[in-house]
Design a protein around this ligand. Structure first.
Ligand code: AMP
Length: 119
């Protein structure tokens, strides 16, 4: 991707450290930080460092990255003390899915009973 596209992606800018975020986990492939418009007492986003615009754009060669995001979410849920009470993982894609940021992210939500089905 071009530098211009990276400059325009808010999550790429968080990865680059250009805009602040409350980062709670990072490794060479993924980053986890608190959502700045939390929908639950715990609301954390897990993203790949690499720009992938959506789950729909994940390539089969990125299988290990996809697994890393899921296992990263499990690990953060443990460190946030959510295992006993429960939590939800959400990935939105496209307009009907409610995706508002075009960089793949996994929502980790917990800390209160979450309704089902979602609205
Ligand atoms: P989605 O609607 O699935 O694309 O989710 C995007 C999420 O990113 C929303 O929950 C936003 O509140 C969150 N968000 C957007 N900008 C930031 C930011 N600068 N720091 C933390 N979270 C953000």
């Amino acid at each position: 991707m071009t530098d211009i596209a990276k400059d325009e992606c808010i999550f790429c800018r968080i990865v680059a450290g250009d805009i602040p975020a409350e980062v709670i986990h990072q490794d060479e492939e993924i980053l986890a930080f608190r959502d700045n418009n939390a929908q639950a007492p715990t609301h954390i986003l897990l993203i790949p460092r690499e720009h992938v615009s959506s789950v729909a754009e994940l390539d089969t060669s990125q299988e290990s990255l996809a697994g890393r995001l899921l296992l990263g979410a499990r690990s953060v849920a443990e460190s946030e003390g959510l295992v006993a009470s429960g939590y939800r993982l959400v990935v939105n894609h496209g307009a009907d899915g409610g995706q508002s940021v075009g960089h793949l992210h996994l929502h980790l939500l917990g800390g209160r009973p979450l309704g089902w089905p979602p609205g």
